[in-house]
Write a protein that binds this ligand. Structure first.
Ligand code: PMP
Length: 409
């Protein structure tokens, strides 16, 4: 497929003087800069894959959630074009009005089949899926218990719901049990990531499901980083751990391993019917473009046809983690394709990321608000397209930077 790059951006007009009412922003940005928390954007050129071009530099790409290498796969581009040809580009309206097209319906069906649920519902993003679903399940008379390392979209959903929110220590089911036992709330909801995005740790799904069953609580699991990666069919950690019967609300995203965009919730048809009526991020937002749904459908076909992408990735990731741990690096509870190396302060994380970039590898520094202050890290996202030599090079560089015995631990 011949692709032309987009035309260069026309520079915007010079800014006018900052209005007095916005003057506070100058100080707020200054404080971020002083704390080492400024977040400049890099401009990516062209398709990403094993390598990525950022601000004109080509680097080996350890900084993307494109775990299966599908974001730049031409099969998705072609599927998107076919869907756009058939249905036009924009969805034009929210799904309950006229935005829900044949390709959206096909994708919901394919997701429900993949997850083994009877129904599924698409959202414009994974963020919207979490935020809108939580707020549709609990309200001011209810309790929501949330793992302290959950994603921002879960945190915002909890706040939006106006339920009483109790945050429990990371993966601490005993504390969670006490919280549930002590709550007089009308309804109780437990929310957790399945694969934690900044830790690479995995939720104790079977124990969480047991606790919820014992206390009559609903369990919502966000599979954003596990969809497409775990389980015999690739549907996620709920499938891999055999906990489908105890996880009532299964959230996922199409924007990471599936290389497309959008979020979804899968579960019992009654649940999905309720969300269709009550999840405001679904009801009041334009359906995502049919082309995006077409690309996601194609990604699901690749996940089914090429299981070696996920099995190969998980195998190489296990070897990579072993090597770093044997070399003395502390990876916390990481046990998947997300490998965080915690360094402490923001400046230290930035310095390590800069050092890795100088060696030709993009491994982003992660700082607050994505992690707690003092827990800054560099986060290596491993993907199917990384070969042994890439992983050797990254492992050696991380061990050398930490003074852990250099190239051959
Ligand atoms: N949940 C988790 C755990 C995430 O990491 C993210 C994205 N960073 C989301 C949800 C939101 O998904 P999306 O990017 O599709 O909005």
């Amino acid at each position: 497929m011949a692709c032309r790059p987009p035309p260069p951006a026309t520079p915007p007009p010079e800014p006018a003087a900052l209005p007095e009412a916005l003057a506070w922003i100058t100080g707020a940005l200054e404080r971020l800069r002083e704390a080492g928390l400024e977040r400049p954007r890099r401009v990516r050129a062209g398709r990403q894959g094993r390598e990525v071009e950022l601000d004109g530099r080509r680097l080996v790409n350890f900084g993307s959630n494109d775990y299966l290498g599908l974001a730049g796969d031409v099969r998705l581009t072609r599927a998107a074009s076919r869907a756009a040809c058939a249905e036009g580009f924009g969805a034009g309206a929210s799904p309950l009005v006229s935005g829900h097209s044949a390709v959206h319906a096909a994708l919901e069906g394919a997701l429900a089949r993949l997850l083994g649920t009877s129904d599924a519902l698409l959202f414009p993003s994974g963020f919207a899926a979490n935020a809108a679903t939580i707020a549709a399940l609990v309200g001011p008379d209810d309790l929501v218990a949330s793992d302290e390392r959950n994603h921002a979209s879960i945190i915002d959903g909890c706040r939006l719901s106006r339920a009483t929110v109790v945050v429990y220590p990371h993966r601490d089911v005993a504390t969670l049990g006490r919280i549930l036992a002590a709550s007089p709330a009308r309804r109780r909801l437990v929310v957790t990531d399945t694969l934690f995005s900044m830790d690479g740790s995995v939720a104790p799904l079977a124990d969480l499901a047991d606790a919820c069953e014992r206390h009559g609580a609903m369990l919502l699991a966000d599979e954003a980083h596990a969809t497409g990666i775990f389980g015999a069919r690739g549907s996620g950690l709920v499938e891999a751990t055999g906990t489908a019967a105890g996880v009532h609300v299964r959230v996922g995203t199409l924007s990471k391993a599936l290389g497309a965009a959008g979020g979804f919730v899968a579960g019992h048809p009654r649940l999905v019917d309720w969300l269709r009526h009550a999840a405001r991020g679904y009801v009041f937002s334009t359906a995502h473009p049919p082309a995006v749904a077409g690309a996601a459908l194609e990604a699901l076909a690749v996940v089914a046809a090429e299981p070696e992408r996920r099995t190969g990735l998980l195998e190489r990731a296990a070897g990579f983690r072993d090597r770093l741990r044997r070399g003395g690096l502390d990876l916390g509870a990481a046990e998947a394709q997300i490998v965080p190396v915690v360094v402490g302060g923001a400046e230290a994380a930035l310095a390590l990321a800069a050092r890795l970039a100088a060696e030709g590898m993009f491994v982003p520094a992660i700082r607050p608000p994505s992690v707690a202050p003092g827990r800054c890290l560099v986060r290596a996202s491993l993907a199917w397209h990384h070969d042994d030599a890439d992983l050797d090079r990254l492992a050696a560089a991380l061990l050398a930077a930490a003074g852990c015995g250099g190239r051959h631990p």
